[in-house]
Every structure is written in structure tokens, then in C-alpha cells.
Design a protein around this ligand. Sequence first.
Ligand code: NAD
Ligand code: ZN
Ligand code: ZN
Length: 347
Amino acid sequence: MKALQYKEIGQAPVVVDLPVPEPGPGQVLLKVTAAGVCHSDEYIMSLPEDQFPGGLPLTLGHEGAGVVHQLGEGVEHLSVGDAVMVYGPWGCGRCHNCAQGKENYCTNAAAEGIRPPGLGAPGAIAEYMLVDDPRHLVPMGDLDPVANVSLSDAGLTPYHAVKQSLPKLHAGSYAVAIGAGGLGHVGIQLLRELSGATVIALDVTEEKLDFAREVGAHHAVLSDEHAVEAVMELTGGLGANAVFDFVGAPPTAKTAAAVAAIEADVTIVGIGGGYSEVGYGTIAYDAAVRSPYWGSRGELVEVLEMARRGQLSVEVETFSLDDAPKAYERLHEGSLRGRAVIVPNGD
Ligand code: NAD
Ligand code: ZN
Ligand code: ZN
């Protein structure tokens, strides 16, 4: 089968030919229908070799959807041909967090060598993908896999972030979303759909600001040295009640803290090396800063339900598996509108 692998430190990922994996006991083999390209892939490809506990090469892709192709011994309640989405942050399934469906916060995963597909285990940008446990599959029903695969991360991650701040996003409140890319453009829709907030989006080009408005931002502001002033003006000098930094770079994390209102939530979702200082006089009174990771299994079910009800949609640009390296080039350039999705087995 074809797969997209990151093979060598510092080199671009390449399409390779691999044997189709065999599902062992309890495992499920999917024929992949769609796989999303996330900015976190670029982050992991910037890491030194000792940061790859599973070693290289690594098949990329941590947003995956497929149809069940083969069941390992003992797998029940699934049938060949079922359409499923992969819940990516695999955990042990037994610890207190996993028991609540919060496998993204599994306390045993690192010690037990359990790694998410595409980030340690072989991922979804391949014709076939092995899933370690049926627990990590959510039924998709008739949801289109190409249009919806990115809900497994670009939907789930902002959903988890926004949901926790909903008590602060009452009618008349303000929310700021920094970065209207893969995660951000879904984050804006979630804020519109779930809260009473006026939504202010920040990005670096006029095209991205137009895109942010198209997906629901009430205001869109260039993310430059005037951004803080612009947000303060739009919020009547008070700042935003919740700020979501979907870039997480040093300048955006700084902006995020600077536009936080008294008692605001500042949520740094992006992993671009930015951080926020918290201490008397550095941020508004009683502001809280969080840096969440992905989301729970239950939250993925909720996000898919929103998609089914037409409450959100992902803007998608599709690529064949042979063209997958191009998707990464486009991601790097920042020229994608929404999410790049690889369709490994054709339409
Ligand atoms: P993306 O490339 O699709 O989108 C990034 C967006 O940010 C683009 O629209 C870009 O123009 C914009 N941008 C870049 N610099 C900016 C700046 N200075 N100010 C404002 N906007 C700026 O990326 P993505 O896939 O949406 O991922 C976003 C970030 O979230 C990445 O750092 C990724 O690694 C991280 N991430 C974190 C989690 C988590 O669980 N915490 C999960 C998924 C992704
Ligand atoms: Zn991701
Ligand atoms: Zn666990």
C-alpha cells in the first residue's frame, strides 16, 4: 500500500510502498477514506531524533476516517464496511481520565508506550490504517468522510477549548480567535453556534480575514502591532472574556494575554513556542490561562452531532496520496483555506 512517511530528520515527507498491515487480536484494519493534514505535523517534523520514541520512519496523519476492512480476533460490535472516524489521542482505557473518555489526558500512555496514530504510531495518510482498539472508533453514519475527517482534531480541539469557556461567553460578551486556519475556522463557527459572544478573529492576511468573516467572525483584525489596540476598541476598552490562540507563537500569546478582560479565560491552543505570563500586573485581574490538548471521546461524539445537524462545516482542499507532499508545502506556505485532506483511495 502507499503511505506518506516522514523518514529522515529535516527532510520533507515522501510517498512509500509498504505491506498492508494485519490486524492482531483486538485490532481493526481500516481502508482509509480521508486523512487530514495538521500544523502539528510540521511541528513534529521540526523535532530532533530523540523526540521520536517510536522511531522513524513515521506514517503521518492523525486525523483519519475509513471503512472497516478487517477485524482482528475478538473484535465485536463492528462489521466490515462500517464507516468510522478515528479518535486520535489514544490512551490506556483504564486510568481515571480514560474512564471518563478523556484519553487525551491518559496518565499511563507515556509509560506504556501508547502513542497517537501519525504522531508516534503509524498514521492515517496511507491506503490502510491499523487501529489499536475499537474504542478509538466513532461511527460516522452517512457523514461524508472527506468533508468531516478533520473534525477529529480541527473540530475536536477547538470544541474542547471553547466548551470549557462557555460560562464566560454570555450574551454581550466578546471572544477573540487568533489564527483562522484549520483549527481556527472551526473555532469561530463553534463560538458563533454555542455562545452569545461577539467574535473577533485575528490573522495575518486580508484573505484570511475575509475567510474568518465568511465562517462567522463579526470582526476580523490584522494580527500586527496594532491588534491589541483594535481589539480593545472593539470591546469598549474592556477586552475579551475568552481568548483562543490557535497559533500559540510568542507574539500571539502576548496579544492573547494583552486583550484578556478581567476574569477572562486565555486558552493557548497553538504549539508555536508562545506562552503567557501570569502574575499581578502582567494580565487582567483574575484572568486564567490554559493550554489544552485535543479533546475527549465524548466531545468527538458531540462535534460529529453538530456536523450532522448542519451547525458546522470544514472548508476542505483535497489532495491524492501521491500529491500529499504538496499539501504539506501548501501548509508551510500558509496558503491553505481551511484544511488539506488527503484522499488515499480515490473518490
Ligand atoms: P494552520 O496552519 O491551518 O492555521 C494557522 C493559522 O494561523 C493560519 O491561518 C495562519 O495564517 C495564522 N497565523 C499565522 N501566524 C499568525 C499570527 N502571528 N497571528 C495571527 N494568525 C497567524 O494550523 P492548524 O492546523 O490550525 O494548527 C494551529 C496550531 O494549533 C498549530 O500550532 C498546531 O500545532 C496546534 N494544534 C494544537 C493542538 C492541541 O491539542 N493543543 C491540536 C491541533 C493543533
Ligand atoms: Zn493536529
Ligand atoms: Zn489512561
